[in-house]
Each structure stands twice: as structure tokens, then as C-alpha cells.
Design a binder for this molecule. Sequence first.
Ligand code: GTP
Ligand code: MG
Length: 149
Amino acid sequence: VEQTYVMVKPDGVQRGLVGEIISRFERKGFKLTGLKLFQCPKELAEEHYKDLKAKAFYPSLIDYITSGPVVCMAWEGVGVVASARKLIGSTDPLQAEPGTIRGDLAVQTGRNVIHGSDSPENGKRETALWFKEGELCEWTPVQAPWLRE
Ligand code: GTP
Ligand code: MG
């Protein structure tokens, strides 16, 4: 089954948006398989965002992500990667549609509250990067037969 790595960034934690954000994924019907509050070390932030290393905003992005605790989540389900990106909304919160997390809860790209993997491959890669094996939980939600025929 498809997996995605979603993370409430330090601004989302500081602004008290953790419950609201988790709730949106929960209510949609995806399955939570990993969850932790975590102070991200610089090395991990650099590995996570290594593809953006050449960008002018990269140093400030690393400072931002390591500026306070984040909430790491792994979510599972058919189509979860693309659907999570839709729930999250465009990178620039001013362009993000109302109803999306960024569209409803943020105003600037440099403080856009949440991360979501951009492909199933990166969903696997990032989940393995941010969680140790024993931190993930395999379980069967009782609501499963009420979500999918
Ligand atoms: P993530 O889900 O966090 O990966 O966002 P994304 O996939 O919508 O955007 P992308 O991967 O291109 O960029 C990763 C993150 O870098 C963004 O979410 C922003 O936090 C930050 N970022 C991207 N572009 C800019 C920019 O132009 N300025 C600043 N300050 N930050 C940026
Ligand atoms: Mg991205």
C-alpha cells in the first residue's frame, strides 16, 4: 500500500495547529502508521531537502525546519500521496485554495506549516528517513469496511 511522509513544520507546532492538521488526515480516512514530536537535527534537515541545496532559500529553509520541534507522521492508503498533496495545497499559501491546509492556515511560502511527500517513491524514502523501524505501527482500523467497498 502507498505511504506518505507528512510533517507539521515548527511554525505549525508553535501556532497550535497540530490537532487541526492531524484531524484533517484522520477524517479523510487515511491510516496513521507513525507519529512523533521531534527536534530535527541539522544533518537530517539537509538530507531531507538535499534536492534544494542549490536554491538561494536553502540556508533559511534548514534554519526554519530546525528552529523548533516538528510533528512527524506516516500515513498509509491507496492514493495517499497525491491526496495528501491536495489536502495540503500549493507551496505558496497565497496561491493555495481555500479548504486546503495551507490555503486556510498560512500566508507565506517560508512559513507554510506542513510538508508532504511528492511521489510514492519519496513517500517510502522519507518515511524511512524520519522513522526508525520500531516506531511504525501496522494495525487494522475497525472502520476499514466503512471506507472502502
Ligand atoms: P514540501 O511539502 O515542504 O516539500 O513543499 P513543496 O513540495 O510544496 O515545495 P518544495 O519541495 O518545492 O519546497 C520545499 C519547501 O521549501 C517549501 O515547502 C517551503 O517551505 C520552502 N520553499 C520553497 N520555495 C521557497 C521560496 O521560494 N522561498 C522560501 N523562503 N522557501 C521556499
Ligand atoms: Mg517538496
